[in-house]
Design a protein around this ligand. Structure first.
Ligand code: PGA
Length: 254
């Protein structure tokens, strides 16, 4: 399975800074590495068009993701950005259900499911995030919680509509904290989720990836990313630093 590294820039960088970071990254990457590893950047909505224009003009192979997508298709929903609008920009992926959206913006499982449907209907690959808060891990109830999040997110997805899908395990206690899940923990969760997802009609062994996110850094990347079951990483903080991001990519043994 081709591994994928996604940089989630969150609420950082204006569009000029975003262009600079994209160009610096492109310059720093090993030649043709994108043939072997999918490299994706998720900037703020305001930078999507600028980055996509640079990608098209300079024929870069770095791909672009949005950090979110609306649950609505069009109409009187001030401030929303639809899947069709993103698709028109040739955006390949959308992060959906990130824990920051679930907790800070109170996004429900139902809304996340609608966003997943809107993405696949518009040929955008959803990067579906899920993960438990610290209390549930201590109570040992996290696997049930996670399976519930995953099952809700993919409810009603039909095989004929879905091409690729990415499932990202992001334990809340590991995001932006410097506390990374152990490889064993990440493998346990991702194999459990994979087993569940493999029962779904849309599951495609070749096109469904299971990745990890939460304090991924150059010091822990090699161990996580060279495990067979972990197909990649969603990287927050370290993706804003080109050197660290490139080191993470280079830690994958090809
Ligand atoms: P982090 O963020 O790498 O800064 O922990 C990961 C994420 O939120 O996707």
């Amino acid at each position: 399975m081709k591994k994928i590294i996604i940089g989630n820039w969150k609420l950082n960088l204006d569009h000029l800074e975003a262009i600079q970071l994209l160009q610096k990254l492109n310059y720093s990457l090993d030649v043709d590495i994108e043939e072997k590893i999918d490299i994706v950047l998720a900037p703020s909505h305001t930078s999507l068009r600028s980055l996509q224009t640079v990608v098209d003009t300079d024929k870069l192979k770095i791909q672009i993701s949005s950090q979110d997508v609306s649950g609505y298709l069009n109409g009187p929903y001030t401030g929303e950005v639809s899947a069709a609008q993103l698709s028109k920009l040739n955006i390949s992926y959308s992060i959906i259900g990130h824990s920051e959206r679930r907790t800070v913006f109170n996004e429900s499982d139902e809304l996340i499911n609608t966003k997943v449907h809107n993405s696949v209907d518009n040929n955008i690959i959803p990067i579906i995030c899920f993960g438990e808060p610290d209390e549930l891990r201590t109570n040992n109830e996290f696997l049930r919680f996670i399976l519930n999040q995953v099952n809700s997110a993919v409810k009603g997805l039909r095989k004929d509509k879905v091409d690729e899908i990415i499932f990202a395990y992001e334990p809340i206690w590991a995001i932006g904290t410097g506390k990374v899940a152990s490889v064993e923990d990440a493998i346990q969760v991702l194999s459990t989720v994979k087993e569940e997802v493999s029962k779904k009609s849309f599951f495609d062994e070749e096109k469904t990836r299971f990745i990890y996110g939460g304090s991924v850094s150059p010091s822990n990347a090699a161990e996580l990313l060279n495990s067979k079951i972990i197909d990649g990483a969603l990287v927050g903080g370290a993706s804003l630093d080109v050197e660290k991001f490139v080191q993470i990519i280079r830690s994958i043994k090809l």
